[in-house]
Design a protein around this ligand. Structure first.
Ligand code: PLP
Length: 369
């Protein structure tokens, strides 16, 4: 076992070997085309991705963090406003809220899916609340109907953080078209990943689409003249060309993730807590998140066998030094804090060989039993 090949939590190298001819050709074509920024590749990718999700408008930008920030800005969220979200998420969710000058207001997660406990949202709505930022974590949709109802009643906007949920569905509808704006990341590890940074906002509202397009380009509608205060957040032609190629087979790639998840489910049910799929949800398995009280021991033992397990996420944001100023304390979100101590993510990416999946299962069984 000591000599067995390492198994990384994520890697794009096999994927690149598989797609190398198409990707290399596309990149060379962009270099030769004379257009490197905001050109035809981006326009095509925006059209393709909008069609994939079933939304109306797509506005490419530089990252998932930017997509969230631009979405909130387009909705008029600013200093002093409140945005309701969760503490069990990636830091960028909260960084994007803060970048607008608004404050995040957290609710706890549910213990089964580790997603926003939608029952807790109503109690957190104040006069300052402008939006609910739902995070479809790990590849699974939040229960949207109760949030949509609350949003209508209190005239709030819903921004979906879809950085982990490309292709994930809520009652048959893709995430990213369930709120006012859907914000996607195409960071390399994501279900649809670029070979660098990239992101996109989706919306069905023509006015918001126009505003988002201006915000990502210094607030300009035409040239050299800002109509509104904007930023620089663009998705370059090289990344757009690569994303177009990968989008063509995205559905099959998600099916591969689901097949790996089924292998883990069968091998590990009763050994550790495996992911629970919500009744409303079609899971796309960005991450395969397990739970066990002896999580740290499992990670340590598998490390010795060259198997890399990760934790998403080990520290709830409300307890991080960088966010102490928000005024939260240990004990404020018991489910979030308990999960952070016990969850761990198994290796998961479409090109992960079945033999590696079996080795991971066997290694975990050896530690736990
Ligand atoms: C990755 C991620 C982001 C940020 O995306 P970037 O493209 O890295 O800026 C935001 N939210 C969640 C939940 C993420 O996982």
């Amino acid at each position: 076992m000591a000599n067995a090949k390492p198994i990384a939590n994520w890697s794009y190298r096999r994927e690149y070997q598989r797609l190398k001819p198409a990707i290399d050709r596309a990149v060379q074509q962009v270099f030769a085309s004379g257009r490197l920024i905001l050109g035809p590749q981006l326009e095509s990718f925006e059209r393709d991705f909008v069609r994939f999700v079933g939304a109306r408008y797509g506005i490419g930008c530089n990252s998932g963090t930017d997509a969230l920030f631009l979405a909130l800005r387009a909705l008029g969220v600013g200093p002093g406003d409140e945005v309701i979200t969760v503490s069990n998420t990636a830091v960028p969710t909260v960084a994007a809220i803060r970048a607008t000058g608004a404050n995040p207001v957290f609710v706890d997660i549910d213990p089964d899916y580790y997603l926003m406990d939608v029952e807790q949202v109503a109690a957190k709505i104040t006069k300052k609340t402008k939006a609910i930022l739902t995070v479809h974590l790990y590849g699974q949709s939040v229960n949207m109907a109760p949030l949509q109802k609350l949003a209508r009643k209190h005239k709030l906007k819903i921004v979906e953080d879809c950085a982990q949920s490309h292709g994930a569905k809520y009652r048959g509808k893709m995430t990213g078209r369930l709120g006012t704006i859907g914000a996607f990341s195409f960071y390399p590890t994501k279900v649809l990943g670029a070979y660098g940074d990239a992101g996109m906002c989706l919306t069905n509202d023509a006015k918001l689409a126009k505003k988002l397009r201006m915000l990502r380009f210094y607030g300009m509608a035409g040239e050299y003249y800002s109509e509104i205060e904007g930023y620089n957040s663009r998705l370059d032609e090289v990344q757009a060309a690569i994303l177009r190629i990968k989008l063509r087979t995205l559905s099959e790639e998600i099916d591969k993730r689901r097949a790996i998840a089924r292998m883990y489910d069968e091998g590990l049910s009763g050994v550790v807590q495996t992911p629970v799929v919500a009744p409303w949800s079609s899971h796309s398995y960005y991450l395969y998140v397990c739970r066990h009280p002896k999580r740290d021991r499992i990670i340590e033992k598998l490390k010795h066998q060259g198997i890399e397990l990760k934790i998403h996420f080990p520290y709830p944001i409300h307890l991080m030094t960088g966010y102490r100023f928000l005024g939260y304390q240990r004990g404020d979100f018991p489910q979030t804090e308990a999960a952070a101590k016990e969850i761990f993510s198994l290796p998961m990416y479409p090109d992960l060989p079945p033999a590696d999946v079996r080795r991971v299962i066997k290694a975990i069984k050896q530690v736990v039993s």
